[in-house]
Design a protein around this ligand. Sequence first.
Ligand code: AMP
Length: 192
Amino acid sequence: MLNIVIFGAPGSGKGTQSDNIIKEYNLFHISTGDVLRDNIRRGTELGETAKAYMDKGQLIPDELMISILADVLDANREAASEGVIFDGFPRTIPQAEALEAMLQERGTCISAVVGLEVPEDELIERILLRGKLTGRSDDNPETVKNRLAVYHNQTSPLQAFYQEKGLYHAIHGTGKIEDIFADIKSAIDSVK
Ligand code: AMP
């Protein structure tokens, strides 16, 4: 199995590059943000809970997020048999530890963490543009500030966490989408 974590700040291109990775490697894509947005659209209880956090640019509590991820993994065992691309998870050290345990229980592990590195001014520009183009409600100037602060405080420590494990592959996340993907492909092919 090939299990890839795509890692980076909001607006770093995780969703775009996940689409490229799925096509190339036949992996199952789990975007926790998409799972939550789908619940909001369907008006579920989880969606209602999640919306309150997402609108403020805050993270959904770890315990809830970890149980959602376990459910998605278990519901898609067949589709995920060749591996998974984790997009937007983990976002905290406890989530990373839980992911390690979850994969171990299922007889597998993380193959690589692909870290998309993009300067902050470009992140803000991209997020605000996406907000205009898609109408995504948390892509607005107020929430963006919080999301970037949350990224720095709670998520960016994962970079060192995965570097210590020898799993982190730094990718320059600016420039042409296809050039960025070529670098991602080299990183993934080096662990296959
Ligand atoms: P994303 O689409 O990955 O940018 O996620 C959008 C929002 O969903 C985030 O700002 C969080 O509020 C929430 N979210 C997504 N994934 C997670 C996660 N792994 N842990 C906590 N909150 C999450």
